[in-house]
Write a protein that binds this ligand. Structure first.
Ligand SMILES: Cc1cc2nc3c(=O)[nH]c(=O)nc-3n(C[C@H](O)[C@H](O)[C@H](O)COP(=O)(O)OP(=O)(O)OC[C@H]3O[C@@H](n4cnc5c(N)ncnc54)[C@H](O)[C@@H]3O)c2cc1C
Length: 428
């Protein structure tokens, strides 16, 4: 009806009617681009509407600018374990487009992947913008009508179907609409939660986004002095109201607001839950592979070998200098220039305690501006697993970060985009 009215209006005004598309994709992130590419490959006429002046703004900053494009876990069963309660939902989509397909897709497009620690896969060039460029090239070759600088302001429906995407200077009509507007993390990249507002109005259940995979705020002032220091292997144990909650082992990064790095990012969701229950503290074991007496022996050996050196310098050879300074300050020694030979057995015992259990107080999670992903989105019960079609609006498809799926860092988010984008583009 709306289409008919548009034609009549155009006829009266003497204008040629705007083109009607098979598919309109809203959002030019990884999920939207993959969906558009697949739909066009199948011969569909596709328009992609992106509010930024360019597509893939968030994709360009992924993986610290290197883009952790997927995780090279080729065993689907093991791969799925990382998606928590969404494991069952993702079974069918991953059978249609899994990790191997991602490797093949990018390799065939001149962007081979390399695998690093923890099976994280990156483009061989180690440049995230190369991923965007490869996708852009194929959007062009696929004849997709890419409209950048085009913010969708409103979605119109008629008789329970979406009919139009309304932008500032134009209105676009299509048979099917794919919503790929992302979540709410790093809003400066364009993911401002527009999709969540429309979906709620359309009758979908949207879980409120909370920052997930996000650094932690710590109140201890000495932690801030360590900003920029990375420790490759620690064990961090979190406590809720002084009761041990959980531990994780791996690298951490100290920042000017607290703690970050993969181990912390992947603990954030659980820490967020603990914070809802009360006070959260944590302890870092800087030597997780050796016990207390072994650390004590090593320090004693270092002291014996450097008796006349200042103790702080001896400690600086055992742990990074900034950490040595911080730990030493926590010992509250009467003087900073104490010699190694004057360091008592009791001081050494207190030191080992700190090195094995460095205490901190966690005051919160950083906000959306620092979050890798936000975990809100449409609940999966309202989406058909084989097609990504909305169970509420039959010509609407939901992909990427719009879906409520928790996952760790390590390439699992982008694989979700490639998979759900492909499945929707393959169905629509
Ligand atoms: C700093 C950072 C690093 C990350 N690193 C990794 C990594 O290495 N590996 C990994 O797997 N994941 C990573 N992620 C997560 C990953 O980037 C996201 O999961 C992914 O980008 C989601 O893709 P998407 O297509 O669903 O949404 P987005 O990438 O958020 O794209 C949504 C697009 O929709 C557009 N849009 C929104 N509203 C409108 C509107 N009204 N009209 C028109 N367009 C609109 C936005 O401008 C945006 O371009 C990282 C995230 C961040 C923030």
């Amino acid at each position: 009806m709306v289409r008919f009215n548009t034609w009549i209006l155009c006829y009266i005004c003497g204008m040629s009617p705007a083109k009607h598309y098979d598919v309109a994709v809203i959002g030019g992130g990884p999920a939207g681009m993959m969906a558009a590419l697949r739909a066009a490959e199948r011969g569909k006429s596709v328009i992609l509407l992106e509010k930024n002046p360019r597509v893939g703004k968030k994709l360009d900053i992924t993986g610290g600018g290197r883009c952790n494009i997927t995780n090279a876990e080729f065993d689907k069963r093991l791969f799925l374990k990382h998606y928590g309660t969404a494991e069952k939902f993702l079974h069918s989509p991953l059978a249609q487009f899994g990790v191997q397909n991602t490797f093949d897709f990018f390799t065939e497009r001149g962007l081979p992947l390399v695998v690093e620690a923890r099976k994280r896969a990156f483009p061989q060039t180690h440049k995230a913008p190369d991923v965007t460029k490869a996708l852009q090239k194929y959007l062009k070759e696929g004849g997709i009508d890419v409209r950048t600088g085009t913010a969708v302001r409103e979605i119109r429906t008629e008789k329970g179907r979406i009919t139009e995407a309304v932008c500032d200077n134009a209105t676009y009509t299509a048979d099917n609409f794919l919503l790929a507007t992302g979540g709410a993390s790093h809003p400066e990249t364009g993911s401002t939660g527009d999709g969540f507002r429309w979906l709620t109005a359309l009758g979908h259940t949207v879980r409120l986004p909370t920052p997930s995979i996000v650094p932690l705020k710590v109140s201890d002032v000495w932690v801030k002095k360590l900003a920029g220091t990375t420790i490759p292997n620690v064990k961090i144990t979190f406590f809720s109201e002084e009761k041990r909650a959980f531990s994780k082992t791996g690298p951490i990064l100290f920042t000017h607001f607290g703690l970050s790095g993969p181990t912390i990012l992947n603990s954030a969701k659980q820490v967020g839950d603990l914070l809802l229950a009360g006070a959260v503290t944590c302890m870092i074991d800087l030597f997780p592979d050796v016990d207390f007496s072994e650390v004590d022996k090593n320090i004693l050996a270092a002291v014996d070998a450097n008796k006349n050196k200042q103790f702080i310098n001896v400690l600086g050879e055992i742990v990074p200098r900034a950490v040595a300074n911080a730990v030493f300050s926590l010992l509250k020694m009467p003087s900073t220039d104490i010699k190694a030979h004057s360091f008592s057995k009791e001081d050494r015992r207190r030191l080992v305690h700190l090195l094995k259990a460095l205490p901190m107080t966690v005051t919160g999670l950083m906000g959306f501006d620092r979050a890798v992903v936000s975990d809100g989105g449409v609940i999966l019960e309202e989406v058909d697993t084989r097609s990504m079609r909305s169970r509420i609006i039959p010509n609407l498809y939901l992909i990427g970060d719009v879906l409520h799926i928790s996952r760790p860092s390590g390439g699992y988010s982008l694989q979700l985009c490639w998979t759900t984008g492909y499945v929707a583009g393959n169905t629509v």
